[in-house]
Design a protein around this ligand. Sequence first.
Ligand SMILES: *Cc1c(COP(=O)(O)O)cnc(C)c1O
Length: 391
Amino acid sequence: MSKEKKHFETEAVRTQSGTTQYSEHSVPLYLTSGFVFDDAEEMRASFAEEKQRDLYSRYSNPNVNEFVDKVCKMEGAESGFAFASGMAAVFSTFATFLNAGDHVVSCSSVFGATHGLFTKYFPKWNIECSYFNINEVETVERLIKPNTKFIYAETPTNPGVDVLDLEFLSTICKRHNLLLVIDNCFATPYLQNPIKYGADLVIHSATKLMDGQGRVLGGITVGSKALIREIYLFSRLTGPAMSPFNAWVLSKSLETLAIRVEKHCENAIKLAEYLEKHPKVKWVKYPFLKSHPKYDIAKKQMRLGGNIVAFEVEGGLEGGRNFFDNIKMCSLSANLGDSRTIVTHPASTTHAKVEPEVKASAGITDGMVRCSLGLEHIDDIIADIEQALNS
Ligand SMILES: *Cc1c(COP(=O)(O)O)cnc(C)c1O
């Protein structure tokens, strides 16, 4: 087999687990909890890790391995481990490396559940977290302490679609001997590869654009062989592994990731440009709009701008509620990265429990709408949003 690196789309389609005696074209579902051995020696050697093979699906499984291989190729990573959900990936990555007394520096704009982990559970393990404001990355270095282990961030951020300079964060991490951990969920590996800019570990919620059709949960962490080995050892004991069924679905989803994400992004920039001209819209944020404060950084590290557009409707909370009540086609949901366009009101849903100062520093205002562009025709998406804005 040739190890020559092929294009993204080709790897996504052609990376497959081996064929069985039936010579199937499409990879079957290996719905099995365990695997059998030929004899006592094979069993011993397998458990001693002298022989590389699947033992038990809490450790590995052919469908899960295929999903992991694809994402590693897409991210330019040596190794990875797949989880039952994005949060299982986030939590297991932290739990593997953090000890009592450690400190994490995190961007204040992170996924709500990740923020909940920092505030509700880190304190009971005596792990401390300091936050930097997305618009003041120059303050990051001042937050670093002797016990700091990680810098953690998402870019583009949720829900404000702010952009962080990965190269800058990686320079700081190298200077202070810290790990840079990036949740790359909003960008997907098609749009952005944080490892190329110096990240040590990259996390994804596969539930979002990787599946892209709102069907299954999944998560993955990729990075160097040595770091992923630690995550693997923690995970094979604690059991957050991805199910073979979800891996089978997700591996097939990845075959169409590039073509889907292209279309999501094309719809997103068209909506963003439309909203910029609408009199009832106070502001619009999208990484590939020239008006985005970090447009140059987005252009440097992203292939396209992503599928999330954030904007503020006139009239604060009242205006926001009115907009959502008048939406006819788009889905009102807290999810994102689906083939269906979704509109969300972060102030009253995903970020309702976040402290006001953190909310403000994450740029979440009362009338803010987060739109996850789907794959419907853009004219129909704009027509729905237009009638909701005008009613
Ligand atoms: C959804 C999401 C998660 C969590 O993923 P689940 O699969 O829902 O557990 C983590 N980070 C980001 C940025 C997300 O959007």
